[in-house]
Design a protein around this ligand. Structure first.
Ligand code: NI
Ligand code: MN
Length: 229
């Protein structure tokens, strides 16, 4: 299983012979290695955790370019289908969809998910996290969320070995909250902090996570540099 952090919450996952992009926010993401997303051999699936633009990002363009299937909440799928994403797998919290040897499970996240259009807020469905399970194990991408005790249920249901957890504070958990998730709720082998350092508003320091996690190995990833489980 090979993973690459692409700045903010964007992740590329290669597992079980498949290529998956999660929250592909590249345009306007200052930490993203320029053009990286256009050099891929293929993308089978794009997973979007919620409707905020720092997560939906370049989904439409990349889904079209690679012919990838979009996995997201119903509202996001329908909206992007209207913008030209042909293959969509609309789903909702609690559900699992299998495609091409991977299982995509949508799990809760505590956050908002609306966007502003013409000065008015518009619903984009609920925020979510995802667990992606293949023959090499399961990966949990928490999306944007606070700490919540039902992360324990996510562990029980899907046994993720890898977790991408937001630590930037203000809009999500801070690093100490994420450390509590690792120490008390999840049983991750590898913990990767995301949603930090992109903008000045995100003040959470991943080194605090590294210091406080007692269960699992913390990897502070470099954007564009792949790592393995
Ligand atoms: Ni958000
Ligand atoms: Mn966000």
């Amino acid at each position: 299983m090979r993973m690459t952090w692409l700045g903010h919450s964007a992740v590329h996952l290669e597992t079980a012979g498949k290529s998956v992009l999660i929250d592909p926010f590249f345009t306007g993401n200052p930490k993203h290695p320029k053009g990286w997303e256009d050099g891929l051999e293929r993308v089978d699936a794009i997973v979007v955790t919620h409707g905020h633009e720092d997560h939906t990002g370049d989904t439409v363009r990349l889904a079209q370019k690679y012919g990838a299937t979009l996995f997201a909440q119903y509202e996001i799928c329908m909206w992007m289908n209207g913008q030209g994403v042909e293959k969509v797998q609309p789903m909702n919290t609690g559900g699992t969809v299998e495609e091409g040897g991977l299982a995509f499970s949508m799990v809760p996240a505590f956050h908002s998910a609306g966007i502003m259009r013409d000065g008015e807020p518009r619903s984009m469905g609920d925020p979510a996290g995802f667990v992606i399970t293949g023959s090499e194990g399961a990966v949990y991408h928490a999306g944007d969320t606070c700490l919540f005790s039902d992360m324990k249920l996510i562990q029980r249901l899907y046994q993720p070995k890898v977790g991408f957890l937001p630590v930037g504070d203000r809009f999500t958990m801070n690093p100490s909250h994420a450390a509590i998730a690792c120490n008390e709720l999840l049983e991750l082998e590898l913990v990767v902090p995301v949603h930090w350092g992109t903008f000045d508003l995100l003040t959470g320091d991943p080194r605090v996570l590294e210091k406080e996690v007692r269960r699992g190995r913390v990897h502070i990833a470099e954007p564009g540099v792949p790592f393995e489980l």
